[in-house]
Design a protein around this ligand. Sequence first.
Ligand code: ADE
Length: 245
Amino acid sequence: MRIDILTLFPEMFNAVLGTSIPKRAAQKGLVSYHLTNIRDFATDAHKSVDDKPFGGGPGMVMMCQTLFDAVESIERQDAAPDKSRCVRVLLTPQGRLFDQSVAEELAAKDRLLLIAGHYEGFDERISEGLKPMEISIGDYILSGGELAAMVVVDAIVRLLPGALGAEDGAADETFAGGLLEHPQYTRPREFRGMAAPDVLLSGNHAEIAKWRLEQRLERTQQRRPDLWKAYLTRLEASRADRCIE
Ligand code: ADE
């Protein structure tokens, strides 16, 4: 997978992309990161990328020309033949809420182009003309799309086949199957009067699996009624499907 990131602050990404799983995934050749400074595409003497909003109001708005030129220039590099496997993503608090299913959808693509803006917002014609998938990482306003882009890249890269070593397998992780993860324990067996559950040290793998599933169901029901409701709906639908077959 090739991931391009368009930003005014490429240096913000070095720590995240150069550490832990995102770094290892690149070293294994599963992904390559390409950072481009939007300002490189500014054409005036001041290297402007933003301007005052028409109609007045506070803040500055990201201009069309620099972003269109940047996107078109990047997409000419290594042009991927199958357009359906390439996605432009615009990070904005007005976008679709990012969750594990969006991460899975994007992890199946060959090429992503993430656009992280700063300032008050984007000229609306950027959405209209570039038709990106608009993604928000939550209902709060960040100073720019950079942190959001890092969140999105991290969540996607760990899903690429081979990105996680056997030791950090994704199958039981929180949200796998729409459930929260079961509690985890490690040494010592007892700490300040708090003991790890005996079943985990029993060596009985069937019992351990049963306990973990029960914990996942209980936790999801208690902590995330929204996920629990969706889980029950899926369960009912799959039961109905089995009755029909
Ligand atoms: N830019 C500013 N806030 C954002 C958010 N919550 N998600 C994505 N991009 C953003």
